[in-house]
Design a protein around this ligand. Structure first.
Ligand SMILES: NC(=O)c1ccc[n+]([C@@H]2O[C@H](COP(=O)([O-])OP(=O)(O)OC[C@H]3O[C@@H](n4cnc5c(N)ncnc54)[C@H](O)[C@@H]3O)[C@@H](O)[C@H]2O)c1
Ligand SMILES: O=C(O)CC[C@@H](O)C(=O)O
Length: 478
């Protein structure tokens, strides 16, 4: 089977039209709209909308038989995404869990596309086995689980969904703040065990309390608006200056936020700088009887220090949605084998533990499925990198059906002097209709549509580009 990225492609006989692949997902509960207040009554999956393919005059580029494209989807990627990829004719294998590293390496060897969520680690040690891989789709916000630099330097483009689950996380945080303030988790557990324990001591309204948001991006700023609507005062800390929502206010340092907030909630990405961002010193700065919430990444909080702060009564409660090590799939155990502190954590009072579900709503997962699958199809079929997290963003207007002898060249190369001159010497034997190039760090991405190309010339053109020392990956779409 030809490598989609490197071998000379064959023209595809598949007659997919825009109509085949455009999606209008209707609401199967639509007829109940006027009768039911069920959430499903207002739920619609977003429509898929990849650039240009819906227009019947658009020429669909096919670098290969689409059924040769192998896609591996892990971690229960939503069916909206699976359907979009299957409708392209790609061979899609979808698994519910992540895979242990040895099995992942076996599977990744011959796939062209992989889709993951937050659990699957695509480090260089795994990616080096992925000889055919051209693109990774993270069906989530976080991309810390992928070695983005290694991927770019090896011509593997990475996409994510930057905000489709932000609202879901913010809503979970609002619910959890109230659950903590009223000790609802403990009361519910007691009653499940048959114990009636009607108390008001240490239970509070959230109105008038101060919420400190660390990381005021997509999630943090949504949460800010919701919290103010409940009468909370909002302060936030971020490494960049940002516009305040409502009457919230940015503070100058993390310590300042910790000293003022009754509830501290973390919404920063996993970075070297955010590792153990909340540890013993930070707990010392927090107000007596305050609360900590973390739905960002498990590495951001030093959990043994949190356990100490909780046992010492410094914290009145905490909520964790993320952990340094998380189980690979549902049904697997959450115990000390995963994280040595787990048993201690489970025994703490007023500590809400959730299994990384901040973004797990029907709305978010359905939207993410469509968004990321669209990006993957756009990249595989058209070479478009709009929204990529590790490559320059390059997009060319679509070719049309009255441009039959055109082909699109995608050339991913090292960002070094003299490459464009050499590439254009090769392309210059033809008419270069349009060309765009951009760089990001050490990697550059060139896309060109050239006309008056005979099929017999494609192989030579492809090989000439492959032979340049600057080449990372060449793709020819026609
Ligand atoms: N629990 C879940 O299911 C879930 C769902 C979505 C996102 N997340 C996690 O939440 C994180 C935040 O999501 P988002 O969409 O709001 O991201 P975002 O990129 O929109 O916002 C992150 C913010 O953090 C700020 N930041 C970065 N480093 C910082 C530092 N050292 N100190 C203070 N601020 C810093 C950034 O400037 C940015 O404003 C994601 O990276 C992801 O890891 C978890
Ligand atoms: O769905 C997931 O696995 C991850 C959710 C969240 O942490 C994200 O990064 O979007």
């Amino acid at each position: 089977m030809p490598s989609a990225a490197r071998d000379i492609p064959e023209r595809n006989g598949n007659n997919n039209t825009g109509a085949d692949i455009s999606r209008t997902v209707s609401n199967s509960f639509g007829t109940l709209d006027n009768l039911s207040t069920s959430p499903t009554a207002t739920f619609h999956s977003p429509a898929s909308s990849y650039g240009g393919l819906r227009n019947p005059s658009t020429k669909q580029l096919k670098p290969f038989h689409t059924e040769d494209i192998k896609v591996l989807l892990l971690e229960n990627v939503n069916k909206t995404g699976q359907e979009i990829l299957r409708k392209q004719g790609y061979q899609v294998e979808a698994l519910k869990s992540s895979l242990p590293e040895d099995q992942l390496i076996e599977k990744i060897r011959d796939v062209h596309v992989i889709g993951i969520r937050s659990k699957t680690q695509l480090k260089a040690s795994v990616l080096k086995h992925a000889k055919n891989l051209i693109v990774i789709g993270c069906f989530c916000i976080g991309t810390n689980q992928v070695d983005l630099k290694y991927a770019a330097e090896n011509g593997i483009c990475v996409f994510n969904s930057p905000f489709s689950n932000s609202r879901s996380v913010a809503e979970q945080m609002i619910g959890t703040i109230i659950v903590l303030a009223r000790q609802i988790g403990d009361r519910s557990n007691e009653l499940h065990r048959g114990e009636w324990n009607k108390v008001s001591a240490g239970c509070w309204e959230v109105r008038g309390k101060t919420l400190g948001i660390v990381g005021y991006g997509h999630v943090g700023s949504q949460l800010s608006v919701l919290a103010e609507a409940m009468g909370m005062k909002v302060i936030y800390y971020d490494v960049v200056n940002l516009m305040s929502m409502g009457t919230s206010a940015q503070v100058h340092s993390l310590d300042e936020l910790l000293q003022q907030a009754d509830f501290v909630t973390l919404h920063v990405p996993e970075l070297p700088e955010t590792m153990d961002m909340i540890s013993t010193h930070q707990f010392e700065q927090m107000k007596q009887g305050s609360y900590l919430l973390n739905a960002s990444r498990g590495s951001v909080v030093d959990i043994p220090a949190l356990i100490e702060a909780s046992k010492a009564g410094k914290l009145a409660g905490a909520a964790l949605d993320v952990y340094p090590n998380e189980p690979g799939g549902n049904g697997q155990h959450f115990n000390n084998d995963l994280n040595s502190f787990t048993e201690d954590l489970r025994n703490l009072k007023n500590v809400v533990l959730t299994p990384h579900i901040g973004g797990s709503t029907e709305e978010a997962q359905s939207a993410i499925g469509v968004e990321v699958a669209d990006s993957l199809v756009n990249y595989v079929n058209l070479g478009t990198t709009s929204g990529a997290v590790n490559m320059p963003e390059v997009k060319l207007r679509s070719l049309t059906l009255d441009e039959p002898n055109h082909l699109r060249v995608v050339y991913i190369h090292k960002n070094v002097p003299g490459v464009l001159r050499r590439v254009n010497e090769i392309l210059g034997d033809h008419n270069v209709d349009k060309q765009m190039t951009d760089s990001r760090g050490d990697v550059a991405y060139l896309m060109a549509d050239i006309s008056n190309v005979n099929t017999s010339e494609i192989k030579t053109l492809y090989q000439s580009l492959e032979d340049l020392g600057s080449r990372i990956r060449t793709r020819v779409l026609y």
